[in-house]
Design a protein around this ligand. Structure first.
Ligand code: SAH
Length: 358
């Protein structure tokens, strides 16, 4: 079975042609898909056509099967995909816009030592339509339509490494910013990567000028490799070269993410190393106090130490903020909800198909 939400407007046009339907049906189907509606909710399409179509395509790529509401207004969702895999997303209302944190893979193979998403490795890439459906489902849940959006900003910071799923992620960026669809501007989208330098360059050349966020987390190769194994393949110097290229091509300021981990990267010396490293790059540093992940056993630091780390950066001219952590009471950190779901249900990380194989 295929997914209607994977299709661009042009691809839908071809599809209706294949079914011998007039081309205005493409607009009707597109409207259905962008509203995250099921075939039964379509009022203006012929029954026979819908029945035939439903044998080849799912109307929606996923369903929201669990919702958790945090005290701060954040919401966390468990999405169930059509093959039984689950992924998660977080909705964060902000005064500048309502942001959805989108997952790009089921699991992850980057193996960052503090992260819950990679606990069971990579299961599979998400398709462009599955990522789009995360946005459309939450938009609908909050009463939004493509014309009046309830989701206005997107961060690709959920589970998965977006640049490890380059083709589908860039297709998703085109779908979600399509003027005929939900039309979320690329300016309102951030893509977070652990630093796949070659793909950062490729993205720079693609013309999809999203905000690039790089998970730096340490300023020396020794410390960074101990936290992010990917650093052995793409050491810091290569990542920074790619980042400079990205800025030169897009003019978008780079964001560096830096999660403070007790005993690893959070001392004053690390702060001075960081300030030295990013000197001369048009960037902003986003500090996050590490979210405790039980299976990883690593912790963040005390607020006094965070302040000291920040001041060390500020006094050296680095633009820095501490990221307000939202949804802490509902397992806001990447992959935590899915990991809990798998542990509690004794479910397979691979979903229903894998269960059947057993
Ligand atoms: N793979 C991408 C995007 C997903 S993770 C990336 O690496 O950037 C989004 C951000 O959350 C990354 O900066 C990641 O390093 C960070 N992160 C993961 N686990 C965390 C934890 N336990 N506490 C704080 N930040 C975490």
């Amino acid at each position: 079975m295929k997914l209607l939400q994977d299709l661009s407007y042009a691809e839908l046009n071809e599809l209706v042609g294949r079914y011998g339907e007039p081309s205005f049906r493409a607009a009707q189907l597109y409207s259905l898909a962008m509203r995250h509606k099921e075939y039964e909710e379509a009022t203006n399409l012929p029954k026979k056509f819908l029945v035939a179509l439903s044998e080849e395509y799912y109307a929606t790529a996923l369903e929201i099967t669990e919702t958790y509401r945090g005290k701060d207004g954040a919401e966390k969702y468990l999405f169930s995909l059509r093959d039984g895999c689950v992924i998660e997303g977080v909705y964060m209302p902000h005064n500048y816009g309502d942001t959805l944190c989108v997952s790009t893979q089921v699991g992850c193979r980057m193996g960052c030592v503090f992260c819950a998403s990679g606990l069971n490795g990579l299961v599979r890439n998400l398709s462009a339509g599955e990522m789009l459906a995360e946005v459309l489902a939450v938009n609908r849940l909050h009463g939004g339509t493509p014309e009046k959006r309830a989701v206005t900003n997107i961060v690709l910071m959920g589970s998965g490494e977006p640049l490890d799923n380059y083709y589908n992620v860039t297709k998703f960026l085109r779908l979600v910013s399509d003027e005929r669809g939900i039309n979320i501007s690329l300016r309102n989208i951030s893509l977070s990567t652990c630093g796949l330098a070659d793909k950062i360059r490729k993205l720079a050349d693609s013309g999809l000028a999203v905000t690039l966020t790089v998970s730096l987390h340490a300023a020396t190769d020794e410390k960074r490799s101990a936290l992010l194994p990917v650093n052995r393949k793409y050491p810091i110097a290569e990542v920074l070269d790619a980042v400079k290229y990205y800025f030169a091509k897009t003019g978008r300021r780079i964001i560096f993410e830096y999660a403070l981990a007790e005993g690893k990267n959070a001392d004053v010396k690390s702060a001075t190393e960081l300030a030295e490293l990013v000197k001369g790059i048009n960037c902003h540093v986003n500090l996050i106090n590490l979210n405790y992940v039980k299976e990883r056993g690593m912790r963040g630091i005390a607020s006094g130490e965070i302040k000291e780390f920040m001041q060390t950066l500020e006094s050296r001219g680095v633009s820095v903020t501490l990221r307000r952590s939202m949804g802490n009471d509902i397992g806001g950190a990447c992959g935590q909800l899915r990991a809990r779901y798998i542990a509690e249900r004794g479910a397979s990380p691979k979903g229903a198909e894998a269960e059947e194989e057993k």
